[in-house]
Write a protein that binds this ligand. Structure first.
Ligand SMILES: Cc1ncc(COP(=O)(O)O)c(C=O)c1O
Length: 440
């Protein structure tokens, strides 16, 4: 592909550390669509998150939520930083083990909470579990009795409050967590008492996860107020009640196209309240801050190519060689990603554009705010989506027999590694039950 020149755009501020030159180089070698992950941004964001919470009087640990991006090289990068990992399934555990990551750093928060699952997770050496239902507790007890293991248990509460976030995880009578007050066994006070009554389980602390892409941290304050009453009740009913961990879940937002509160602001708001909260209750738990999106999203770009174009009186409609099979949240969540166009056009005119993906589905149109204008572009120019590292690669799917593209990693020394080979169409065919002649 011939090298386009970029007009009137300060690319250095737009691709973080990945330069225009590097984009051309990788596209020439690997084609499009193509993901590129920047290791330095993962490390920088981890460091920002750590410092954002250092106002807390106690110890703080960051836990990476593997669900946002389970690429083995990303697991390896973060494992070297000796942080914790939030795992949710035996599949994630398999990935984690294959990466020879440190099992002592795992916090296992299952959605299904099956006995067999707990049994396998304990056999692998996981010692910290977050339970989110009474049945989950019973299954964890059965698995630990079978193995005669004494796991550390956190109880996931659901504060059932309104959360300002793109995805709220705290709705009343919701899927996740245990209500603070409920007439059935699925009641936080009842379950924590049950853990203290059990001679194998060790109560370790409380967990909540309020949502993803949280735009107002006041939900954390509200939750801590509710939690304070629960802890007072527990202290008065259980001798030696103590809490070693307070895990406040994920939700640190990323700036896609709308402003969001900074991690520093969120961290300061939460830790000011936490210092008050722990002092008044006379407890000093380790704070765990989980994060998927903030640690992985900003590190990655998706580079696509314009393969067709139509002209309308008020806009240009470009069709690109990527689709929501590579950025599912653009269809599912109507997520608008920051978009940059790299064009050969010498024109300085900016124009309204629409961008459609390659899938035969009306939903496969990328969201662009109507007021935005872009450089004039045509077939073979590049469309770059930024901040795509979280909840996109993990959702890659073969709709329309689309193969998964390569993922490249730009190392901190700027060398480039292929961290996922592009899938071959023959492999997709075979994995879908092809190779029919061998079955006859
Ligand atoms: C329990 C739990 N923790 C952490 C996260 C990560 O959230 P985020 O990626 O918004 O930081 C999630 C996301 O679904 C979650 O369910």
């Amino acid at each position: 592909m011939s090298k386009p020149s970029l007009q009137n755009i300060d690319i250095s501020t737009r691709y973080s550390t990945i330069t225009e030159e590097e984009i051309y180089t990788v596209v020439t070698e690997f084609g499009t669509p193509l993901y590129v992950v920047d290791e330095q941004i993962i490390l920088d964001n981890l460091s920002t998150l750590e410092t954002s919470f250092n106002n807390y009087n106690g110890k703080t640990s960051i836990a990476y939520s593997l669900k946002s991006n389970f690429n083995p090289s990303i697991i390896e990068i973060l494992n070297k930083e000796s942080i914790l990992f939030d795992l949710t399934s035996l599949g994630e555990l398999y990935f984690f083990e294959q990466c020879r990551a440190n099992i002592d750093n795992v916090l296992y928060t299952s959605v299904t909470e099956e006995e067999d699952e707990y049994y396998s997770a304990m056999q692998s050496g996981i010692s910290k579990f977050v339970i989110g239902s009474y049945n989950g507790l019973i299954n964890l007890i059965s698995a630990s009795e079978s193995l005669n293991i004494s796991p550390k248990v956190l109880v996931r509460i659901n504060p059932e409050i309104d959360v300002k976030a793109d995805i709220s995880a705290s709705s009343g009578m919701g899927k996740f967590g245990i209500p603070l007050s409920n007439s059935s066994n699925d009641d936080a006070f009842y379950i924590i008492n049950k853990i203290f009554d059990n001679n194998l389980l060790q109560f370790h602390g409380i967990h909540f996860h309020l949502g993803s892409q949280i735009s107002d941290p006041s939900c954390f304050i509200q939750t801590l107020d509710l939690l304070s009453s629960l802890i007072k009740q527990l202290k008065s009913s259980i001798n030696d009640f103590t809490i070693s961990i307070l895990d406040i879940g994920g939700g640190t937002p990323v700036e896609y196209t709308k402003p969001v509160p900074s991690p520093e602001y969120i961290g300061k708001t939460i830790t000011d309240k936490l210092n008050e909260f722990t002092n008044s209750l006379d407890i000093s738990p380790t704070l765990i801050v989980e994060s998927g999106r903030y640690l992985s999203a900003e590190s990655s770009i998706l580079i696509s190519r314009i393969v067709n174009s139509k002209s309308y009186p008020d806009c240009k409609f470009h069709i690109i060689d990527a689709g929501y099979n590579l950025l599912l949240d653009s269809a599912l969540m109507k997520q608008e990603y920051p978009i940059d166009i790299i064009t050969r056009s010498q024109s300085t005119t900016l124009e309204n554009i629409k961008i459609g993906g390659r899938l035969c589905d009306t939903l496969d149109t990328f969201n662009i705010s109507p007021e935005k204008k872009f450089p004039r572009a045509s077939i073979n120019d590049l469309v770059v989506f930024r901040n795509v590292g979280a909840y996109s690669i993990v959702f890659n799917m073969p709709f329309h027999c689309q193969t998964k593209p390569a993922i490249l990693l730009r190392r901190t020394d700027h060398s480039i590694d292929i961290i996922r080979e592009p899938e071959k169409i023959e492999d997709l065919f075979n994995s879908e039950g092809g190779n029919l002649s061998s079955k006859q």
